[in-house]
Each structure stands twice: as structure tokens, then as C-alpha cells.
Design a protein around this ligand. Structure first.
Ligand code: PEP
Length: 251
């Protein structure tokens, strides 16, 4: 059985004070959720203070990005070791906003994922097709190419630990969600690809769905056989809404 993983991507939202206030409300709400992994990814500026606020709780810290280098002349960048230093256990890489707004491609995402493992973190590797690709019936082709490219440098012996997030771009922040059946089809396809690449580890890899996950649609999404969690943007900014998502109904 794969342990569900529910992760919040706060994007460029919340100051340090707002992140601490979130933790003060959220941690008690989810203290009973011991059979799932709960992850918060605030902006870099809030990592240290949020990490301190989460200490001793069942909520883990993540970054929203990482540079693949260990250190050096990379103005504005943050290295995986620095993220480990402030208590991060995970980092999101290859989010569609990074791919489309900052031109990041699969080769860079693959280097980031490998560098995160080397620094003791676990990458959450995002893939997903655009609306245009979706409408052209290219979803499987795009997801297959992104998985192959973005996981190309993964150490084989750590493959089971990686987290993949399938996030159709047309569903991110739009209020449109893939139907649970459509999402399941893509997840099942992704799992086949992962099995093909990593063998039995493909069955252990957790695949999150992302794209307008909310308290009122999480239950049916999480009921699908190959949906092992959610990567949540908008609805994760509110402690009660994200707590409801954490407490998805098991079917
Ligand atoms: C995301 O940013 O990864 C995301 C899925 O956002 P939202 O939940 O707001 O669609």
C-alpha cells in the first residue's frame, strides 16, 4: 500500500508571520492524521520560521524549487543542501509555472531531482500537459516524454522514494478539475511508464494529482486506484480547507 501524501504549494503567498499563524491553526487540526504524509511548501523566506513552528508535529517542510548545484555564483538561487539545513524533507521541481514562466525543461528538472536526492531530500517531480496539448489528444505522449526526461538522472536504488505530481496545466488555478476517471487514466498510464523504467519500484512511487483540488472534490479523486495524494495550490492557503483535504474520506 502506498502511503498518501498531501502537499501544499503556497507559491508566492504568505509572509513569515502569516506562515506562523497558519501553522498555529493547522497543526492541531491535523494532529490526528497519522496515516498520511502532510507537507507544506512556503516561499523560501518562510522556510526557516515555518520549520520551527512545525517542529515536533506530523507536518513536513518542502521547498518550491532548488538549484542543482551545491554552491557557487548563482545569484538568486538556493542549493539543496541549504534547504536540508532549514529542515526541508521535500522540494517541488518542474512545476508547470517554472516550466512555462521561467523556461525550465526536463533536463534541468532531472538534474534538480538528482541533486535533491544527493542532499538527502525527496523531489516532488511535476508533469502535465497544456490545454492545447490536451485538446489535441497528446496527453499521454507529453506525460510520457516529461517522465522520461525529468526522471532521467534518478538513482535507480532511490526510485521508489520519488514523488510524481500529475498536474494538467489547464486545471491549475482555473477551478477546472480533471474528472476522477480521466485523472485515473493518466495516473495508470504514468504508473505503467514508471514500471517500465524502474521495474517493481514503479508500484511504490506515489503519484499525486494536482489541479484545483478542493475539499469538495478530494474524496472522489483519492478514491482512484493510482491517485496517491494531491498537490494543492489555492485551497492549501486556508488551514481549515487544507485540513479537510488531509482528512479525505477513505472509500
Ligand atoms: C499547483 O499549483 O500545483 C496547483 C495545483 O494549484 P491549484 O490547486 O490552485 O490549482
Amino acid at each position: 500500500m502506498r502511503r498518501p501524501i498531501l502537499a501544499a504549494n503556497w507559491k508566492m503567498h504568505k509572509t513569515t508571520g502569516e506562515a506562523e499563524a497558519f501553522a498555529a491553526s493547522f497543526v492541531p487540526l491535523v494532529a490526528d492524521a497519522v496515516d498520511v504524509d502532510i507537507v507544506l511548501a512556503p516561499p523560501f523566506t518562510a522556510l526557516d520560521r515555518l520549520g520551527r513552528a512545525l517542529a515536533g508535529s506530523n507536518v513536513m517542510l518542502a521547498a518550491q524549487n532548488a538549484n542543482p548545484e551545491e554552491k557557487g555564483a548563482y545569484t538568486g538561487e538556493v542549493a539543496p543542501g541549504m534547504l536540508a539545513d532549514v529542515g526541508c524533507r521535500y522540494a517541488i521541481v518542474g512545476h508547470s509555472e517554472r516550466r512555462t514562466l521561467y523556461g525550465e525543461g526536463d533536463a534541468l528538472v532531472a538534474r534538480k531531482a538528482a541533486a535533491l536526492f544527493a542532499a538527502g531530500l525527496v523531489p516532488i517531480v511535476c508533469v502535465g500537459e497544456s490545454l492545447e496539448q490536451h485538446e489535441a489528444g497528446r496527453t499521454f505522449e507529453v506525460v510520457s516524454a516529461q517522465l522520461a526526461g525529468s526522471l532521467a538522472e534518478l538513482p535507480r536504488d532511490r526510485a521508489a522514494e520519488v514523488v510524481v505530481a500529475y498536474e494538467p496545466i489547464w486545471a491549475i488555478g482555473t477551478g477546472k478539475t480533471a474528472t476522477p476517471e480521466t485523472a485515473q487514466q493518466v495516473h495508470a498510464f504514468a504508473r505503467e511508464q514508471l514500471r517500465g523504467r524502474f521495474g517493481a519500484a514503479g508500484d511504490a512511487i506515489r503519484i499525486q494529482y494536482g489541479g484545483s483540488v478542493k475539499p469538495d472534490n478530494v474524496d472522489e479523486l483519492m478514491a482512484q486506484a493510482d491517485i496517491d495524494g494531491a498537490l494543492v495550490g489555492g485551497a492549501s492557503l486556508d488551514p481549515e480547507a487544507f485540513s479537510r483535504i488531509i482528512h479525505f474520506e477513505k472509500r
